[in-house]
Design a protein around this ligand. Structure first.
Ligand code: GDP
Length: 197
């Protein structure tokens, strides 16, 4: 898929105020600092469409971007920032589950994980939540430029093996690097294939 236009539409802290259009929607989510904003900018070919943040976990906003005037790319807040209180964590959980329960136009979520790290409990639990809620999702391994090809292969394989301990089937998964524009075509092609059905 070619990205012809990418426009910021609205930021919300309330899912009920998100766009009412029933355009297909794809949501990006992951731990703070995983490289989500950089990935969104890489996918859309924009330097600053999504704000790369120096202050992880600070803002809890749902950001809608209209792509090619026919689908929404949604930037969800990063989770798992250690320095927030339990109350803030609970509020955040509610905020996210609200989004996934209410956005019927959501076609698929992308859960971003840093390719350098071992599978993290918070990511696995989040994927389990998506599975139980029957929300289709893919995994995007980020920051692949930080590892050599053999290590990429090894880490992806290890991650998949961990997933297969609880999942019958693996979700689609992609390897990406925003600084080297790796994985761009694959992710966009996947969106194009599911979007045009
Ligand atoms: P977010 O908090 O998930 O939106 O993460 P950001 O996109 O703001 O990135 C967090 C940090 O990781 C920044 O310092 C980025 O420059 C860096 N980063 C993001 N993506 C990549 C990547 O693909 N490769 C490398 N080497 N660094 C990255």
């Amino acid at each position: 898929m070619l990205i012809k236009t990418a426009e910021f539409v609205i930021s919300n802290s309330d899912v009920d105020k998100c766009p009412k259009d029933m355009l297909p929607e794809y949501a990006f989510i992951g731990r703070s600092n995983v490289g989500k904003s950089s990935l969104i900018n890489m996918l859309t070919n924009h330097k600053n469409l999504a704000k790369t943040s120096g202050r992880p976990g600070k803002t809890q906003l749902i950001n809608h971007f209209l792509i090619n005037k026919n689908w929404f790319l949604v930037d969800l807040p990063g989770y798992g920032y250690a320095k927030v209180s339990k109350t803030a964590k609970r509020k955040f959980q509610k905020f996210i589950t609200n989004y996934f329960e209410k956005r019927k136009q959501l076609v698929s979520a992308f859960v971003l994980v840093d390719i350098r790290h071992e599978p993290q409990k918070i990511d696995l639990e989040f994927m389990e939540y998506l599975g139980i809620s029957e929300i289709p999702f893919s995994i995007i391994f980020t920051k692949a430029d930080k590892l050599k090809p053999k290590a990429i292969e090894r880490n992806v394989e290890y991650y998949c093996q961990e997933l297969l301990k609880t999942w019958e089937e693996l979700p689609p998964h992609f390897v990406s690097s925003s600084s080297k524009a790796i994985g761009r075509d694959e992710v966009l092609q996947f969106i194009g294939n599911t979007n045009l059905q």
